[in-house]
Write a protein that binds this ligand. Structure first.
Ligand code: KIV
Length: 265
């Protein structure tokens, strides 16, 4: 089947079929997502929360993103791999943005990059696109601006925010981005943006009328302690894992494991 490309995602929007995107930070998760047929694997900077246990995504570095992207690329056979541009890897200058995007492609092996976009990032997006790198914009709630917006809050609740978001989405589409993530956006705004622009919108906490959906895989698996309201848990892996570990502890302590069938002599 081969790796999915930008054209496949655009085609999905045209034909009205939903795009699926999930996060992966390691080889095995990537294999599972790829074998399951997800369209896009996102090496999100949410790895700062999920993998590293930070409160926010802000400490994540470009080198860490490259390290995880390489592992994900090795596990993937079918999906498009998109790597996040972490905080302070593009905000300083367009030159810096180009270098970061270039490294994620060249060293990480990603097929595209994702960037959280406010009005001042549009020229960076244009410059990265000018390098021949596919760009996915990220608007609505932008986790890298968590301190500015005062917490994990739905965006677009007032008219100014709504208009700014719609304008940014339109400009990103005009610049040539291949998709836009809409995070924590009221569903009527997400629906409007999805109808307005030709490129796919990928929603997270943005209602059902986006052109696709993304979740953090550890939330979907039910592996995290607590997950956001918009995130559905499709399994209870945390409980299953703890049950397995408790059984192991019990069997080792009671000398039930290893029983003779696990002997190697
Ligand atoms: O970093 C991430 O995982 C993301 C998704 C939640 C969209 O940006």
């Amino acid at each position: 089947m081969g790796i999915k490309r930008v054209v496949d995602l655009i085609q999905k929007k045209k034909s009205g079929s939903q795009i699926t995107m999930l996060t992966a930070f390691d080889y095995m998760t990537s294999q599972i997502l790829s074998d399951s047929g997800v369209d896009v694997i996102l090496v999100g900077d949410s790895l700062g929360n999920v993998f590293n246990g930070y409160e926010t995504t802000l400490p994540v570095t470009v080198d860490e993103m490259i390290y995880h992207t390489k592992a994900v690329v090795r596990g993937n056979q079918t999906a498009m791999v998109v790597a996040d541009m972490p905080f302070l890897s593009y905000q300083i200058s367009t030159q810096q943005a180009k270098e970061t995007a270039g490294r994620l492609i060249k060293e990480g092996g990603a097929h595209g990059v994702k960037i959280e976009v406010g009005p001042s990032q549009l020229s960076d997006v244009a410059a990265i696109l000018g390098m021949g790198i596919p760009v996915m914009g990220h608007i609505g709630f932008r986790p890298q601006s968590v301190h500015q917006v005062g917490g994990y809050r739905v965006q677009g609740r007032n008219k100014d925010q709504e208009n700014e978001m719609i304008d940014t989405a339109r400009e990103l589409a005009q610049l040539g981005c291949f998709a836009i993530v809409l995070e924590m956006v009221p569903s009527h705004i997400a629906t409007h943006i999805s109808q307005l622009i030709e490129i796919p919108t990928i929603g997270i906490g943005a209602g059902v009328d986006c052109d696709g959906q993304v979740l953090v895989t550890h939330d979907l698996w039910g592996m995290t302690h607590r997950s956001p309201k918009f995130s559905k848990q499709y399994a209870a892996i945390r409980t299953d894992m703890m049950t397995a570990v408790s059984a192991y502890i019990h069997e080792v302590q009671t000398k039930q494991f290893p029983s003779p069938e696990f002997y190697v002599e």
